[in-house]
Design a protein around this ligand. Structure first.
Ligand code: MEV
Length: 440
């Protein structure tokens, strides 16, 4: 295997040439041409993309679509979605349309507190450490004031700090836990800067604390980092209507009552069975992630937190739930979301900026409501399909074009195939056989 030193210092052309020589099999010129073909035609924009990451060779395209008809708290949105899976945008749009005719989505932010920790080790009597902490608490806060003042001016900042004894979990292990309000920013840099300052102050103050002697003077900071688990940055979204207004589903021989019950059972199964819960929640994140990406937010943070939250009582469960009470069908979701509408990529990527404009330049709280509603719409559309026609009918129809493109079908072949498969089950081998036949 070829290893290399100083790869990052090579020019783009040399990086590609080295890669082609050692790791790719096609003609190096073709490879270079292919990478070049995905570069942005505007060199300034390309420089911007290159600057976002490292060792950039080109850009990787993802489809950018929109789902119209999202009525959320009485306001209508067109929601931008970046996703590579066919049928996700169509499902979101169909869920949005369905509920736009039944009162729309309702959403509220429960709280927006973010958390970070200085994880450290200290040897001594823990009571002494707690006294030290309360003696230096004001100094800790004062020492970060140069970092928090801007956020405070925007209505946020540091909310609280506390010392937590974790020695029952790991020897000599304590946490300084800090909570923050980061307003419209996701706030990762802000939180991490404050935590690192806390860490420095802790170490320095311990060295000179008169009540400490010997090993007590040494606080060993293991790490200072925000937590992506934000169970106190939570949004709720729900839809509801009289059961009768759900309509009937003749393809599955279900009237509104039977549909509502079957739908509830399906969601209940996702609440008790981890295998189903994972797929059910994946469907929710199909929608949430697509908006997270389109608005330049951090989908890894959102996913990690969402799944941890789904397992908060010790079992991984559905993030959504259904009730049918007094003839009212209610479907709701509760999601932890730490997102921003300022900072990070949100205003840097030209298309995230456009996405936010499309959404009316929302603040973080409004964006949380939009994302939760899209997750719920996505989940509704998926479960509705599952308990009525089955998922494959719609899925494979959308997938048909992809399969046809895989076989290099012409536009005319695609048009004819879409007609041919309109009333048939789509499968990869079925499409191949069909093409072999029509191509003679
Ligand atoms: C596919 O990407 C998502 C679904 O599997 C979600 C679900 O099963 O609820 C359709």
């Amino acid at each position: 295997m070829s290893t290399i030193k100083g790869f990052s210092k090579l020019s783009r052309t040399d990086k590609i040439a080295w890669l082609a020589k050692h790791f790719l099999t096609s003609n190096p010129l073709d490879i270079a041409r292919e990478f070049a073909s995905f570069m942005h035609t505007n060199s300034e924009t390309q420089r911007l993309f290159d600057g976002i990451s490292e060792n950039t060779l080109t850009n990787f395209y993802m489809p950018y679509g929109v789902a119209p008809n999202f009525v959320i708290n009485g306001r209508t949105y067109v929601v931008p979605m970046v996703i590579e899976e066919s049928s996700v945008v169509a499902a979101a749009a169909s869920g949005a349309k369905f509920w736009s005719e039944r009162g729309g989505f309702h959403a509220e932010v429960v709280s927006t507190t973010k958390v970070g920790h200085v994880h450290f080790q200290w040897r001594g009597d823990s009571d002494k450490l707690f006294t030290f902490f309360s003696d230096i608490k004001d100094i800790l806060i004062l020492e970060v004031s140069h970092l928090t003042q801007n956020m405070e001016a925007r209505g946020g900042g540091l909310k609280n700090i506390e010392l937590i004894d974790c020695t029952h979990l790991e020897p000599e292990y304590y946490q300084l836990k800090a909570t923050f309000e980061t307003c419209d920013a996701m706030g990762a840099n802000f939180i991490n800067s404050v935590l690192e300052e806390f860490a420095r102050t802790l170490e320095e103050e311990a060295k000179v604390y008169p009540e400490f002697s010997g090993a007590e003077k040494k606080i060993e900071v293991v790490m200072s980092i925000l937590s992506n688990y934000t169970p106190e940055s939570v949004v709720k979204a729900w839809v509801e209507c009289p059961v009768e207004e759900l309509g009937s589903f003749p393809e599955a021989d279900l009237d509104a009552q039977a549909f509502a019950k079957k739908f509830r059972t399906a969601v209940n199964i996702a609440n008790v069975d981890v295998s189903r819960a994972t797929t059910h929640n994946k469907g929710i994140f199909n929608g949430v992630d697509a908006v997270v990406l389109a608005t330049g937010n951090d989908f890894r943070a959102i996913e990690a937190c969402g799944h941890a939250y789904a397992a908060r009582d010790g079992q991984y469960r559905s993030l959504s739930k259904v009730s049918i009470i007094d003839g009212i069908f209610r479907f709701e979701i509760e999601l932890p979301l730490a997102v921003g509408t300022v900072g990070g990529l949100t205003r840097l990527h030209p298309l995230s900026k456009r996405s936010l404009e499309m959404l009316g330049n929302p603040g973080a709280k409004e964006l949380m409501k939009i994302m939760a509603s899209v997750g719920l719409a996505q989940n509704f559309a998926a479960v509705k399909a599952l308990v009525t026609s089955g998922i494959q009918k719609g899925h494979m129809k959308m997938h048909l074009t992809n399969i046809l493109r895989h076989f290099n079908a012409t536009d005319l072949e695609i048009e004819n195939a879409l007609q041919y498969f309109a009333d048939k089950t789509v499968s990869f081998s079925g499409v191949r056989e069909y093409l072999v036949k029509v191509r003679g």
